[in-house]
Design a protein around this ligand. Structure first.
Ligand code: SAH
Length: 370
């Protein structure tokens, strides 16, 4: 079932309104401190009242909030208009600012063997508004105080003023590393990115779309003149085709060859400083973390024109037999990569005590959807 976005509803309400009216409406959504359409003083009264009656100010509401012990990570369970639950995460980042980790779908169809979201299956894709509003939700959360209707599961003593540099409430980065596969929901993902880029000071290079490697969509991106210059992260997890098929079951035949070819075209078409590619690699004990596998990976990365590599020791997921590689093995793995002169970083694990880390997002309280 198609769900209407705010923009579609607006256009139905005011089919002959000039384009600037929708732009004013969208700008109002991001006005600091605005809590509803009532404050949009640029609208004629009748228009404001019609919008107030017909178009939700927020497409999601807070269902539950979790805060990590170190207060560096927050996970919100949000509820949609049709009463489905999904998760979004706010993390303190290295620059003493905040990174928002957004979901693009409720659940996921990709079923990666080590990921909690995959085990839920796909409930539905999120609309552009539901993606857009995850950022708006965290913006108003950081601005606080929270709207009275929002019921926080945990303390709200939090943050404000607690981070050192006065940039306490600034969100500087957005990553599509929450629930879902963004490249199976491209139109909504793209629309949300465009809205963020238009309405905030978060530029496209501060936004990362992480994909399991949906090649047809990736091909489309290369042709799409409207695709913003966001960073792309590809969840590789193995540079051995047969091994990757075991842990990432959406792997198509000859995936690695096709990916190498895509990377070559990406460099040709979009290859400039603004278009970074990263490979992500969750290190799983005894599965993909040997020195031999690192060697194969290094050669594959070279074949792909040397994108950056980001390794992360696997986050534990309930009911999964996989465990994280020991740090000693992680270091050895990184060493092999470094010997090839390849740039490798290790992602810090955050929010694992509130199941907010990568691959740990899954909402247990999902109502059954028909
Ligand atoms: N569907 C997108 C976004 C998913 S989550 C994608 O596949 O990229 C973001 C990252 O977390 C992906 O790289 C994903 O492979 C990784 N991930 C999933 N489960 C994980 C786990 N248990 N531990 C560490 N990383 C995990």
């Amino acid at each position: 079932m198609a769900r209407e976005t705010r923009q579609q509803r607006f256009q139905e309400l005011f089919p002959s309104a000039p384009a600037f009216r929708w732009r004013q409406a969208e700008a109002a959504l991001f006005q600091p401190g605005a809590t509803g359409w009532g404050s949009v003083s640029v609208f004629p009264k009748a228009m404001r009242e019609a919008v107030e009656a017909k178009i939700p100010w927020m497409s999601v509401t807070l269902h539950r909030m979790f805060e990590s012990r170190d207060k560096e990570t927050f996970k919100a369970v949000l509820s949609t208009e049709d009463d489905l639950l999904f998760e979004t995460v706010l993390m303190g980042n290295a620059r003493e600012q905040w990174t928002v980790c957004v979901s693009s779908q409720i659940g996921c169809a990709m079923r990666c063997a080590f990921c909690a979201t995959g085990a839920m299956g796909l409930k539905r894709s999120l609309t552009a508004d539901e993606i857009t509003d995850q950022l708006r939700f965290w913006q108003s959360f950081l601005r606080g105080p929270l709207t009275p209707s929002a019921s926080l599961g945990t303390s709200r003593s939090l943050l404000r003023g607690e981070r050192s540099n006065g940039g306490a409430s600034r969100i500087s980065n957005i990553v599509f590393m929450g629930m879902g596969e963004p490249l199976t929901n491209v139109d909504s993902v793209k629309q949300a990115i465009r809205t963020w880029v238009d309405q905030t000071d978060i530029g496209p290079t501060r936004i990362t779309v992480s994909t399991v490697g949906v090649l047809p969509s990736m091909d489309q991106l290369l042709e799409d003149k409207d695709w913003p210059s966001v960073r792309i992260a590809i969840s590789l997890h193995s540079a051995v085709q047969a091994e990757r098929e075991k842990i990432v079951p959406s792997t198509v035949p000859h995936f690695l060859d096709k990916l190498a070819d895509w990377c070559r075209r990406y460099r040709q078409i979009l290859g400039n400083r603004r278009h970074h590619l990263t490979f992500e690699y969750a290190l799983i004990s005894g599965v993909n973390d040997s020195a031999d596998q690192a060697e194969v990976l290094a050669r594959f990365i070279e074949r792909c024109g040397s994108p950056k590599l980001n390794v992360i020791p696997l986050n534990p997921v309930a009911g999964k037999a996989f465990t994280a590689s020991e740090q000693k093995r992680v270091e050895r793995f990184k060493q092999v990569i470094l010997q090839h002169g390849i740039d490798v970083s290790q992602r810090r694990t955050m929010g694992d005590d509130i199941a907010a880390a990568c691959g740990q997002l899954a909402t247990a309280e999902q109502p059954h959807v028909i």
